[in-house]
Design a protein around this ligand. Structure first.
Ligand SMILES: NC(=O)c1ccc[n+]([C@@H]2O[C@H](COP(=O)([O-])OP(=O)(O)OC[C@H]3O[C@@H](n4cnc5c(N)ncnc54)[C@H](O)[C@@H]3O)[C@@H](O)[C@H]2O)c1
Length: 254
């Protein structure tokens, strides 16, 4: 995989141990310019320092709440002003809440949906016109095994519903955009260790019991997911679209 000359926007790559940051590492180390958009200012400052080492300073960080439509469009404009192109969008920003269905307040339902789904919609809508003009684009969205089997270990029904919605959205965008040379795919990770999204709930005991249900005998690592995202974002994956790629060590096979 080679990303030289390509410009990638990755949301939610502020979190140092997260999937987005590892994807930023893999894309930048393969020559790509990287734009990191995240709500976490401290994470952004640290991401700028780390990632710019790998791609000769072709790194830009933007403070962004993906639920703010206007801010999403402004960020995309800033990226065009600096780099003049957008080849890749990775909609990785996401949150989860381990709340049981009977206890989910409407506000929490909306928050989980807005960040995971509406943010994905806003940014996709903002970049597509530029990708259409250049007749090239790779959009990769983050779904989850929770969206497929129902019920995650650390996510409630709102999280499952939002991730299933991301998959449906991805398939429809894939169909619409294929004639323009734009692909749109999702990755659906199983449990990935070490990230913040589990909110510290992945204790050693819990991890041991979870591992028993994973044929590969281990929980996933961020590099497992980042590699798959990078593959779908690469030029060579141009004939794959509307696909949902499972990354779960065999814990859910369909
Ligand atoms: N970790 C897992 O086990 C797992 C499994 C399946 C899917 N996923 C998905 O992978 C993606 C990345 O998760 P992660 O595990 O790296 O989590 P993480 O918590 O480490 O990273 C999420 C990032 O999103 C950012 N973010 C949150 N709200 C935002 C907003 N409104 N605007 C902009 N940025 C915002 C956070 O600041 C953080 O940097 C998420 O979409 C998640 O749902 C994770």
């Amino acid at each position: 995989m080679n990303f030289e000359g390509r410009v990638a926007i990755i949301t939610g790559a502020g979190s140092e141990k997260g999937i987005g940051r590892e994807t930023a590492r893999q894309v930048s180390k393969r020559g790509g310019a990287v734009v990191i958009a995240d709500i976490d200012e401290a994470g952004l400052a640290e991401a700028q320092e780390e990632i710019s080492q790998y791609n000769n300073g072709q790194t830009m960080t933007v403070k962004l709440d993906v639920t703010d439509k206007e801010a999403c469009h402004q960020m995309v404009k800033k990226v065009m002003d600096r780099f003049g192109r957008i080849d890749i969008l990775i909609n990785n920003a996401g949150i989860s809440r381990p709340t049981r269905v009977l206890d989910i307040p409407e506000q929490e339902w909306n928050l989980v949906f807005d960040i995971n789904m509406k943010g994905t919609f806003f940014l996709t809508q903002a970049v597509l016109p530029y990708m259409q003009k250049s007749a090239y684009g790779r959009v990769v969205n983050l779904s989850s095994v929770s969206g497929k089997r129902g019920g995650g270990i650390f996510g409630g029904s709102h999280y499952s519903a939002a991730k299933a919605a991301v998959t449906g959205f991805t398939k429809a965008v894939a169909r619409e955009m294929a004639p323009y040379g734009i692909t749109c795919n999702t990755v659906a990770p199983g449990l990935i260790g070490g990230t913040n999204i589990t909110g510290g709930l992945l204790t050693t005991d819990k991890e041991v019991s979870i591992k028993e249900g994973i044929p590969a005998g281990r929980v996933g690592e961020v590099k497992d997911v980042a590699y798959s995202i990078s593959f779908l974002a690469s030029e060579g994956a141009g004939y794959i679209t509307g696909e949902e790629l499972d990354i779960n060590g065999g814990s859910h096979i369909d």
